[in-house]
Design a protein around this ligand. Structure first.
Ligand SMILES: *Cc1c(COP(=O)(O)O)cnc(C)c1O
Length: 389
């Protein structure tokens, strides 16, 4: 047992600027989607280095993925290809639209979706690919976009882990897919409590997503209430959703976004320390971004080698006893009853995801941690694996 306080698996870093902006919003008289959400969208476009790119703030990444697929026209009879090695939100949105999910395995070197398997899974019904930048390491988007172009498919990126992540020095969000969706859930690389951002260069897609974000209304509430002319009138053009981000949440987002590069720098420093102090242990270390590129380090996932002589579950238990929170990302979709039964999935179809799942552990990594915290985690790992201090 450790005398140190428990080290949580994840914690948000929320500063006085976020708090003051939320208070300002509360005092302003406008608490739902309005000027702060608009500013957050503009700031996000500027962050991506493209003031003209369309950024649509939503109340979760799940909502953003749903809107993106809906705007791509995905529906019953269509197939959408994604990775089994992800959170269920990536795939559930396909089912919301009555389309079918086709799961493929990962590349064991990156834990990201394997483009070769994507191409092999294409059928005449395939309409879309959803790559997931797992842990914050960019998917090979060159290969994915190539396959999509060749077969006339749409691409919606699940970038819930990938702010900020680069591929060939370009930020994820600017790769040229149909849409990219970021998450601001509490444990992501920046947070608004709950929230997300849909990013696209396609004006038609953006228009549809904006309408469907708010009930299928032709004009949003802020436009109507702040118009100089009486403007109670609106039209419903589709049975839309309730996916708008509140100004209270956007107030946090404006300031979190300003700090997201500093957060990444801290995470990268912690990751470097982990890579050094775990180097001699019987664990597979996570893949790094190529030289010159950025890994968001949303997750730091190790895999226990069989020579570690200790199973994953016992390992997690020992770390908890040492006062250290860790987690597993994720139970792959092919093991969940819904996905397994719906598509009669077998473990043998996903050997690499299965192999990684059985051995993997996500270690704590977030901007409020110090290098000393990493050293404490490493010491607990050494003890758990039977190495002396
Ligand atoms: C967190 C997460 C989501 C969902 O994000 P929300 O903002 O909670 O809806 C989707 N995909 C992946 C890979 C995630 O980790």
């Amino acid at each position: 047992m450790s005398d140190l306080p428990f080290l949580p698996f994840a914690l948000p870093e929320i500063g006085e600027d976020e708090i003051n902006e939320v208070v300002d919003t509360l005092r302003s008289g406008w608490v739902t989607t309005g000027p702060k959400a608009k500013r957050f969208e503009q700031d996000f476009a500027a962050f991506l280095g493209e003031p003209q790119i369309e950024c649509i703030a939503v109340n979760s990444a799940t909502a953003g993925l749903h809107l993106a697929l809906e705007a791509c026209g995905i529906g019953p009879g269509d197939e959408v290809i994604t990775t089994t090695h992800t959170f269920t939100a990536t795939a559930e949105v396909v089912r919301y639209l009555g389309a079918d999910v086709v799961l493929v395995d990962i590349d064991p070197a990156t834990l990201n979706i394997d483009p070769k398997l994507v191409e092999a899974a294409i059928t005449p019904r395939t309409k879309c690919i959803i790559p997931v930048h797992y842990a914050g390491l960019a998917v090979d988007m060159i290969a994915i976009l190539d396959i999509a172009r060749k077969h006339g498919l749409r691409v919606v990126e699940d970038a819930a882990h990938a702010l900020p992540t680069t591929l060939e020095r370009e930020l994820i969000g600017t790769m040229g897919s149909d849409a990219t969706v970021f998450s601001f859930y509490a444990n992501k690389t920046m947070t608004t409590g709950e929230g997300g951002m849909l990013v696209t260069r396609n004006a038609e897609l953006a228009k549809r997503a904006r309408v469907m974000r708010l009930h299928g209304m032709s004009r949003d509430a802020f436009d109507r209430f702040t118009s100089k002319v009486p403007s109670w009138y609106y039209e419903i053009v589709a049975p839309g959703f309730k996916y708008n981000l509140t100004d209270i949440a956007a107030a946090m987002g404006i300031h979190q976004l300003r700090r997201v590069r500093a957060f990444q720098a801290r995470r990268a420093e912690l990751a470097q320390r982990y890579l050094e102090v775990l180097a001699e242990l019987p664990v597979v270390l996570p893949p790094q971004a190529p030289e010159g590129d950025m890994h968001s380090w949303h997750l730091f996932v190790i895999q226990l080698k069989d020579s570690a002589g200790l199973g994953r579950d016992a390992f997690v238990q020992k770390l908890y006893e040492a006062g250290i929170g860790c987690s597993v990302h994720y139970v792959p979709l092919h093991l969940h009853p819904y996905w397994r039964d719906r598509y009669q999935l077998r473990v043998e179809q996903f050997p690499h995801s299965q192999y990684a799942f059985e051995r993997m552990v996500s270690l704590p990594i977030y901007s409020l941690m110090t290098v000393a915290d990493v050293d404490r985690v490493a010491a607990a790992i050494r003890r758990a694996l039977g190495f002396s201090q």
